[in-house]
Design a protein around this ligand. Structure first.
Ligand code: EPZ
Length: 430
């Protein structure tokens, strides 16, 4: 059943909220559990459709999975297959993380090429080049990747590409290298905190990895890995999204159980536009509305995260002057702009830069979510718009935000999740 969010804008977002576990850490870490036949226990796993889908894929591979309590999953991959079918891979790109785990554990993998998605073509050429550098035989025919790692050995692998490093590409090569004989050195490795979280899990499993969080990661191959227990880091993108909800409504929100150090570039930009930010070791407080226009360029970590670009664009709709957003990661990640214009925003797209002319009156309208972060941005804009906004295709939102509308309602928002049949006549998509 298709669901919509109905938002009536104007209420400030106030109070405190506990950050969830990181989606983009949980997904590669769930795949990494296939590297051992022993049980891996994970805590602070977010309850998201992408996570539930990854669990389904692991079950398809043959792993036994339990969910003893909220946020805790145990994975035991005793007997697993090296094949992952297209109908699973095409539904979630992040399933590409299985590649490194299957190559590491089984010395072979057979997986459909993941398709692109609405934010970009999203190739995986760097993943495959990295595996070939490890002396794997990689063949791609009729949309299926076949990897044979019988002769794989540790090598120097360069993971840089035209847009910087690749996050899941780095994760794949690390996972494959943990059980590949010899020393692997990954140069131009991704620096994201989710990569460091994966490496700390793998080291708990007996891997020998050092340098994570720097551009040079070294992995000394070992014979086998064992089970372990691990708590997933907090979700920096979810945290940033809620901080924008407070700033765009002139509210006052404290996010707890988060890591301010994972959001330095983003928090600097919030301060630059005039939002007040207070941090402690594991909390961030945002209060006061933005007053300054801004120039934002998305970059690989620790630069400004592409996953918070749409949300920040919504924020700047409230600010007089011209704010610009240049996408260095996904040059066409501006689907949200057209929908924000339906609410009265004035946005001009020139190549990979969007110029936002803020402080236009925002009025509620029926809008369409297109991808995970764009759907959050539309809801954020609706919180600050006059009147009623209907956001359709909420399934995009559920991929990366746990109980988003419920948690916003608990913080003062007038927001409700309804069946799309509840929309006024003529609003609902056919
Ligand atoms: C991860 O995707 C995240 N997903 C994305 O979050 C995030 O937007 C992205 O990193 C960038 O930060 C997960 O971690 C599950 P990349 P990933 O490989 O690993 C190009 C969200 O909203 N590239 O780092 O797929 C690519 O086209 C999602 O939670 C190649 O050219 O991203 C892009 O321009 C959306 N060849 C850039 O590199 C390759 O082989 C970064 O991609 C791989 C990537």
């Amino acid at each position: 059943m298709l669901e919509v969010a109905r938002i009536r804008g104007g209420n400030p977002i106030k109070g405190s909220l506990r950050a969830s576990g990181s989606k983009n850490s949980a997904l590669p870490i769930l795949a990494a559990a296939l590297l051992t036949h022993e049980t891996v226990t994970l805590h602070n796993v977010p309850n998201l459709s992408d996570v539930r889908f990854m669990v389904e894929i692991l079950k398809h591979q043959g792993a036994k999975i339990e969910n003893p309590k909220k946020g805790t999953w145990t994975i035991t991959a005793e007997e697993i297959t090296h094949r992952t079918p297209y109908d699973l891979v095409r539904k979630m790109r992040a399933s590409v993380c299985l590649l490194g785990a299957l190559v590491g554990r089984l010395r072979q993998a057979e997986m459909a090429l993941p398709g692109g998605c609405i934010i970009g073509i999203r190739p995986i050429d760097l993943h495959l080049k990295g595996l070939e550098t490890l002396n794997c035989i990689v063949e791609v025919e009729s949309g299926v990747i076949k990897v044979n790692a019988e002769q794989a050995r540790g090598e120097n692998v360069f993971m840089g590409g035209p847009m910087g490093s690749t996050v899941t590409g780095t994760a794949n090569i690390i996972m494959a290298a943990t059980l590949t004989p010899g020393l692997t050195r990954i140069e131009s490795a991704a620096l994201e905190p989710e990569i460091s979280d994966l490496c700390s899990l793998l080291n708990k499993m007996g891997a020998k990895i050092s340098g994570h969080g720097t551009p040079l990661i070294t992995i000394e191959g070992v014979e086998k890995l064992h089970g372990c227990e691990h708590t997933i880091i907090s979700d920096r993108i979810e945290t940033g999204t809620y901080l924008v909800a407070a700033a765009i409504t002139g509210g006052d929100l404290t996010v707890t159980h988060c890591n301010p150090q994972h959001l330095t570039a983003f928090l600097e930009k919030l301060k630059e536009v005039g939002v007040n930010i207070e941090t402690s070791e594991d909390t961030i407080r945002a209060f006061g509305q933005p007053t300054q226009a801004v120039e934002i360029i998305t970059e690989p970590y620790p630069g400004f995260p592409t996953d918070l670009q749409a949300q920040f664009m919504a924020l700047q709709l409230k600010v007089p002057g011209r704010s610009t957003f240049t996408e260095k990661i996904y040059p066409s990640r501006f689907m949200h702009a057209a929908e924000l214009q339906r609410m009265g925003a004035e946005i001009a797209i020139e190549g990979s830069t969007a110029a936002v002319y803020g402080d236009r009156p925002l009025s509620g309208a029926p809008v369409m979510a297109s991808d995970l972060r764009a759907s959050a941005a539309l809801i954020l804009a609706a919180l600050a718009a006059t009147g009623e906004t209907w956001v359709q295709r909420l399934y995009h939102l559920d991929r990366g935000y746990e109980q988003f509308e419920e948690r916003l309602r608990n913080l003062g928002a007038d927001i409700e999740r309804l069946p799309s049949s509840a929309m006024p006549k003529g609003f609902a998509e056919e």
